[in-house]
Write a new protein. Structure first.
Length: 591
């Protein structure tokens, strides 16, 4: 069997070699609607024919902003790619100004939206979009073209020959997509990925997925398709004869899991944390012997090793799986064989306990610029090690620079940032992509990530947080002298705050409030905490929901160079501050 050389070859390969009745499945009005491999191709061709008829040419950009994953996204995607145009997916929840920036920067000719909310947000900046010719929607929206009209326009097959002619000219080096990632400085960067970039990652990741085409797996997909992580996986599922079911929404996940009974899904750590928190709350509510058994099983799970566990441990694990963990599996539909976690660091204890429960969670690592997977764990052949992101894929070379930065080279590395040669040259040097992550490779070839070269971090929900921007804004308050935003790999951002003691004392004097005399007394005073809360809440409004500081602790020390909180140039020594206030960190996230 020939390997595909362009992304749109995948559905054709599927239809020829292992056609599926349910290639793509979306719930419409309460019913799971199946699209077969053949229908998938037929409708994607109709999209291509329609796009040619409305004047779309090679290398034109079409933006897609969808709040939920659905079959139409794939039909549109393949339809766009077949005629040498580019799919520019946009994250629906970003601000209207970001829509405006991305659509103008990419010079998108058309934009397809999913629903009324996105449409209204787009219309609020419509006047500032000179390149945009028209808008089309998946849902019925008054005054807006509908996706069904696109399919109807493409029903006439008389220009299919033109589609075939253009398809034949598209090579693996042809640009497939622009994916805009949130920049530290505010302006998103357009990552240019070719067919070959993403396809090499599909083929490189394929040996790491523990299922074969004969097994006819079902996947439940809910991570946004505008993320390269989910998008690459969607191509990989199609290549691996996996039926793709699109979850209705995060709120309906538990219903959808029970309805679909999937064998595989991809998650961000935040989802696993939510599942775990729910299980933990249920367990805590038990009484007597049941509660004791629950916590015994949990403790056993935290000690789980993938290999060489010993006979007695295995015997205990068997009992724990029967009595406790089987219920966890039922909650995920009862048929889950593998969960791939990516986009943010996963707590090793969660990886252990889920694997102990017979729910294999494999953590991987990558970036949008690397299409995305660089490395991933695989439980087979000793390829799983907790606390690591697995071994690099076979077609990717990873090396560690002298300063500890992770560098990688391979067919998956982006062409560059769109219209930004300078930025491109700053991250791709001598063929190696500089990840700005710090790590090491152990003697068994497993990649460990130990730090971020830049301060930016991700919450466990996979959302980027740029702490410096938030800190600088918060310091606009006269009450706040110093602040450090924390939350790498946690469910939300929080902060350590050193208040401006002189100003707070002055405020208290004016308000006739007794706040004590020592710093220790002041930071514990309820009126002071209440006032700082008001400041934080009012400044939070300048940020997206995921960036807002949800909790904070006040520190009694005055941060200084002498006490090592600050560098000589008055920058925060983040690692040291974190060590100093480990107890406050625990209080924020663990209590």
């Amino acid at each position: 069997m020939m390997n595909p050389t362009r992304l749109f070859d995948i559905p054709y390969l599927q239809n020829k070699e292992f056609p599926l009745e349910a290639a793509l499945v979306t719930k419409v009005n309460g019913v799971w609607e199946k699209t077969s491999s053949q229908e998938y191709i037929d409708k994607a061709n109709a999209v291509s024919r329609a796009l040619l008829r409305i004047g779309i040419q090679e290398n034109d950009k079409i933006a897609v902003i969808s709040t939920n994953n659905q079959t139409r996204w794939n039909l549109l995607d393949i339809g766009i790619l077949q005629i040498g145009a580019q799919n520019v997916p946009i994250y629906p929840t970003i601000a209207a100004e970001d829509y405006q920036y991305i659509l103008n920067h990419s010079e998108a000719k058309y934009c397809v939206v999913s629903d009324n909310e996105v449409y209204n947000k787009l219309m609020s900046v419509r006047e500032q979009l000179p390149h945009l010719i028209d808008i089309c929607s998946f849902d019925q929206i008054e005054g807006c073209k509908n996706f069904d009209e696109i399919l109807a326009l493409g029903a006439d097959q008389s220009n299919q020959e033109e589609v075939e002619r253009i398809k034949a000219t598209v090579t693996g080096d042809h640009l497939a997509t622009l994916i805009y990632t949130s920049g530290t400085t505010g302006k998103p960067k357009g990552v240019m990925l070719t067919h070959n970039n993403i396809l090499s990652n599909v083929l490189g990741s394929s040996p790491r997925v523990p299922f074969s085409r004969e097994e006819k797996y079902k996947a439940l997909s809910f991570l946004p398709l505008c993320h390269v992580f989910e998008r690459m996986l969607i191509y990989l599922y199609q290549y691996s004869a996996v039926s793709i079911y699109y979850a209705e929404s995060i709120d309906k996940m538990s219903d959808n899991l029970k309805e679909v009974k999937p064998n595989v899904m991809t998650v961000v750590p935040r989802l696993l944390e939510k599942v775990y928190d729910k299980i933990f709350a249920t367990g805590s509510g038990l009484t007597g012997i049941k509660k004791r058994i629950f916590f015994w099983a949990l403790e056993l799970g935290f000690q789980y090793k993938p290999y060489n566990r010993g006979a007695f441990y295995n015997f205990q694990l068997g009992i724990a799986r029967k009595l406790v963990f089987s219920k966890w599996q039922e909650g995920l539909g009862g048929q889950m064989k593998v969960i791939v976690s990516g986009s943010a660091p996963l707590q090793p204890r969660l990886a252990r306990v889920f694997n102990a429960a017979g729910i294999p969670v494999m953590e991987g690592y990558g970036l949008t610029e690397t299409s995305p997977v660089i490395s991933v764990n695989d439980a087979r052949n000793g390829g799983l090690r907790f606390g690591t992101v697995g071994r690099p894929l076979d077609n990717i070379e990873v090396k560690i620079a002298e300063d500890g930065e992770i560098l990688c080279k391979g067919p998956n590395i982006m062409v560059g940032y769109y219209k930004d040669e300078e930025k491109t040259n700053s991250v791709i040097k001598d063929g190696y992509f500089h990840t700005e992550d710090i790590g090491n490779i152990d003697e068994d070839g497993f990649l460990h990530i130990t730090d971020r070269k830049k301060e930016m971090f991700k919450t466990s929900g996979g959302k980027y947080v740029a702490p410096q921007m938030i800190e600088n804004t918060m310091k606009q308050s006269r009450f706040i002298e110093q602040i450090m935003v924390i939350g790498e790999g946690e469910k939300m951002p929080a902060a350590f705050i050193q208040i401006n003691f002189d100003f707070v004392k002055e405020w208290a004097r004016r308000k006739h409030i007794n706040i004590g005399t020592t710093n220790e007394e002041i930071v514990k005073n309820e009126k002071v905490i209440e006032r700082i809360t008001q400041e934080v809440e009012s400044l939070n409004k300048k940020f997206g929901k995921w960036e807002q500081v949800k909790k904070f602790e006040l520190t009694p020390d005055v941060w200084s160079i002498d006490s090592e909180h600050l560098t000589p140039t008055l920058k925060l020594r983040r690692k040291i501050i974190l060590q100093k206030y480990q107890d406050l960190y625990e209080k924020i996230y663990r209590s």
